[in-house]
Design a protein around this ligand. Structure first.
Ligand code: ZN
Length: 421
């Protein structure tokens, strides 16, 4: 349908792609991979270590294998499965190379301030404010005040920050308000939205919209998902350079029967990066980020902190963990029942360890009244349980999980290493 409506644009897009070898990017606002950023990983890993990380974390299904050729010295990554167009060459460490001894611990750490010297970045999910409708992260039931996820996330992060600071952390933010980080706006992204549609958009809800509506919807999607998260990633990777980023969200279940009414979905999940799909790995920028994350080796910290937060969830809230078995886009990490590997735009684009926490379901019938009760003092009873306000309880559990993880590390070894620049 769109091809008939926009034949000139379609020809233009195809023509320019054929003329020169352009990177194949996941979305039209993606940045081209800077392959040289992988160079510090040269000679770092043996083939065995590389393949273990792929299998356990990033590519359990083996979808990257058709793009790789191994030889005695290392591995070449190709754009295509025919393996004719090389993208990057990585040399492997020799099997005989003695492992470097761990960095000696000069001071035992401060057990009262276990986060001393750590920079922790808070990323309250979504934008909220005037953008909540565009992001499709808000709903309203009857005459109740609307529930806006971006605002719940920010409120929770504002309670979380002082708890981390009291434990010694320096807290920095991807954004702290209801203003987009990207200077782009949906209207700036109409040409990219058309390109996106012609590529075969991954937006699944096409038939509901007219052609104009479809372009607008895709421009909005590119704005709040791709452009906004990339702008945050630039801030994290180039200015803030934290030791850890925490992405804080509340979840939403599909509306039962498409009607806006409360449902039963009281589960929790924490994501560590990984679990790329075959569809994603067809793109150059996804291959690049996989390699960057694999060489960076943030996985142990993501799993350790995720597991520690999961323990808090289990003890204090006791909500069931989410189960993505058989989903094809997430796999169990083994770090407790709550932590799954998943390739999300934020945990893919941000350098360094990223722990992505999906809090309670906003449209669950037990959680909704708790959210509506706001930031009250003391405790009230919800679903038979005496509870502090939901924002404080959520923040306290995340803080306790993070602090508990670092405290156990200072007590055991103190050998904390930052990810390479
Ligand atoms: Zn969210």
């Amino acid at each position: 349908m769109l091809r008939l409506l926009f034949p000139a644009v379609f020809a233009l897009v195809l023509g320019s792609q054929a003329a020169e070898e352009k990177p194949v990017l996941f979305s039209p606002v993606s940045e081209e991979p800077e392959w040289r950023l992988l160079d510090p990983g040269q000679g770092l890993l043996t083939r065995q270590e590389f393949e273990n990380r792929l299998r356990r974390t990033f590519d359990p299904a083996g979808a990257l294998r058709p793009y790789l050729i191994w030889d005695e010295e290392g591995v070449t990554l190709f754009r295509d499965k025919a393996r004719t167009r090389p993208l990057y060459r990585l040399t492997q460490a020799s099997e005989q190379k003695p492992k470097e001894p761990p960095v000696p611990v000069l001071c035992g750490g401060d057990s009262a301030r276990p986060l001393a010297g750590k920079v922790i970045c808070l990323d309250p999910g979504h934008i909220g404010g005037d953008w909540a409708d565009v992001e499709e992260r808000t709903f309203r039931i009857g005459n109740d005040p609307p529930v806006v996820e971006g605002e719940l996330n920010l409120r929770t992060c504002r309670l979380l920050a002082p708890l981390l600071e009291m434990a010694g952390a320096k807290v920095v933010w991807t954004h702290d308000g209801f203003v987009p980080t990207t200077p782009l706006r949906p209207a700036d992204l109409y040409p990219e939205a058309i390109t996106y549609l012609l590529q075969g958009s991954r937006g699944a809800r096409l038939p509901r919209y007219s052609a104009n509506g479809l372009i607008r919807w895709n421009a909005e999607l590119l704005f709040y998902r791709s452009a906004e998260i990339q702008a945050r990633a630039r801030r994290v990777n180039e200015e803030l350079r934290p030791d850890l980023t925490l992405c804080i969200h509340y979840n939403a279940a599909p509306w039962p029967g498409g009607r806006m009414r409360l449902t039963s979905a009281n589960r929790l999940v924490i994501f560590a990066h990984g679990s790329y799909t075959a569809e994603e790995l067809a793109f150059d920028d996804q291959k690049f980020r996989l390699l960057r994350k694999l060489l960076e080796d943030s996985t142990p910290m993501e799993l350790g902190i995720g597991e520690s937060i999961g323990k808090q969830f289990q003890e204090r809230w006791g909500f069931r963990p989410e189960n993505y078995e058989g989903s094809g886009y997430a796999h169990a990490s083994g770090a407790g029942p709550y932590v799954w590997h998943r390739n999300l735009i934020a945990n893919r684009m941000f350098d360094g360890p990223v722990v992505f926490v999906e809090g309670p379901y906003m449209n669950d019938r037990a959680i909704y009244p708790w959210i509506q009760a706001g930031e009250y003092e003391g405790t009230r009873v919800f679903a038979g349980q005496r509870r502090g306000n939901i924002y404080r309880e959520y923040a306290e559990q995340v803080a306790s999980g993070v602090i508990g993880y670092f405290r156990s590390r200072t007590q055991s070894s103190g050998a904390f290493t930052n990810y390479p620049p």
